[in-house]
Design a protein around this ligand. Structure first.
Ligand SMILES: Cc1ncc(COP(=O)(O)O)c(C=O)c1O
Length: 433
């Protein structure tokens, strides 16, 4: 039975409007929504004047006369017009099919909403705090290091997390059957950094009858490659810092979810905890959206080619990339994703020492790319998850997840495949000299 008051109403709407047999919005429509009709101005203000006392009181009640978001015209911690533009565009990219279906059915109540936060972690932590309470339990897949450490911190508030491999649907089923206090399932797919794929549709069929919200972190895929609402997800999160921004110029995150959850639960946590994005960062992310589809196409095309070449390289032990037929969930990735993504992980023969030499090679100013964390930028990033993005994961869990000391993660950028391959090939040669 659901522990969440809004869940049953949402499930009924989800079945009518959100789940679809088509997996993706057409590339053309995606491009035109992302480009929009031009970016708004940057409303660099912290507060907004009211016309009179009644107008101010109405806005606090969430009443707006001219259709704009009332909370985006009070005080920027509650919302801002530049951020509102970004929220609308992001929401359309993931959910235009829901809007279309609800309008066609003459549905009057809003079904879904979005909220931009000052970081991906802000989006994840606020969503979690809005979903769980002391005594609840969480099921969490293989996730980014800070997400993992956030869920571990929640133990202090009597919230236990079951860390499992959600790519194993049977294990998700068993964990849910054995733990009736689970109030949220959280997963990344593809996951960070080993690129395992979880079956969103199959897992949603396990969570839905139990009244448990399924939260998907879609950062690696973006809505261009994967549209989790169509597959049955209940809440979708993205770190906008990555592919949406696309140029490593800001930090932000977004939550998209059922309207009632967003307005009655998430918004209260958000306004009181205060992870507010700056208007300028929202504007930068709006700009990033205009080219997201093109950058994803290019990054994926380069990643496919690099993964194929890396897999044949004599110094490479194994390559984790969902676009390779050797990837254990290759068929699922083909069903669930438009393209296999721009992230690759690889293990080098003899592990740690050559991996460090390869990364040090990319730290040089004379080579393309950088030795840096983050991902989804125009520039290619190389990094070492065990000592960087996933350093906070306890060693035993890290190794169980395949995050070995020899694992290198590459976020493939836009430099061009031949430029990147020439550098990687040379870096590998030097790593073994
Ligand atoms: C998959 C994933 N989710 C969430 C985050 C957190 O995002 P942010 O750094 O914007 O807080 C990251 C950051 O690397 C990530 O890789």
């Amino acid at each position: 039975m659901s522990v969440h008051s809004w869940f049953a109403g949402w499930v009924e709407r989800k079945e009518r409007y959100a789940r679809t047999s088509e997996k993706f919005m057409s590339a053309d429509r995606f491009g035109s929504i992302g480009v929009g009709i031009g970016l708004p101005s940057i409303v660099q203000k912290s507060t907004f004047s009211f016309r009179n006392v009644k107008d101010g009181a109405d806005r606090f009640l969430g009443v707006s006369k001219s259709g704009e978001k009332p909370f985006a015209r009070i005080y920027t911690r509650l919302g801002n017009p530049t951020t509102e533009y970004l929220e609308k565009a992001l929401f359309q990219l993931d959910c235009q099919h829901i809007i279309d279906a609800a309008l066609a059915a003459d549905e009057r109540k809003p079904t879904i909403a979005s909220l931009v936060c000052s970081s991906g972690m802000g989006a994840i932590s606020c969503t979690t705090l809005a979903l769980v309470q002391s005594g609840d339990e969480i099921v969490c897949g293989n996730v980014y290091g800070c997400t993992d450490s956030f869920f571990r911190t929640l133990a202090k508030f009597n919230i236990k997390t079951h860390f499992i491999d959600t790519a194993d649907t049977a294990l998700v089923k068993k964990t849910l059957e054995e733990n009736p206090k689970v109030a949220m399932v959280f997963l990344e797919t593809p996951d960070n950094p080993t690129l395992c794929i979880s079956d969103i549709e199959a897992i949603s069929k396990l969570t839905q009858p139990r009244g448990i919200p399924l939260v998907v972190d879609n950062t690696f895929a973006t809505p261009y490659l994967q549209q989790p609402f169509r597959l049955g997800a209940d809440i979708v999160i993205q770190s906008l810092t990555k592919y949406v921004n696309g140029h490593s110029t800001s930090v932000a995150g977004v939550v998209i979810g059922p309207y009632e959850f967003m307005s009655d639960h998430l918004f209260h946590i958000y306004k009181d905890f205060g992870p507010t994005p700056s208007p300028f960062d929202s504007w930068l992310n709006g700009q990033g959206l205009q080219t997201l589809h093109l950058r994803m196409e290019r990054a994926c095309a380069s990643a496919v080619e690099l993964a194929l070449r890396l897999e044949k390289h004599p110094k490479v032990e194994c390559v984790h990339y969902p676009g390779l037929p050797s990837h254990p969930q290759h068929d699922l990735a083909k069903r669930q994703m438009r393209l296999p993504g721009g992230m690759i992980a690889l293990e080098l023969k003899d592990g740690y020492a050559p991996a460090c030499r390869l990364m040090d090679y990319f730290a040089s100013y004379t080579t393309p790319g950088e030795l840096a964390v983050s991902l989804g930028s125009a520039i290619t990033y190389f990094q070492h998850p065990a000592s960087m993005t996933h350093a906070a994961v306890p060693e035993a869990d890290r190794l169980k997840r395949g995050i070995t000391d020899g694992l290198v993660r590459i976020s493939v950028g836009l430099e061009g495949v031949e430029t990147l391959w020439a550098a990687i090939d040379e870096g590998l040669r030097l790593a073994y000299n």
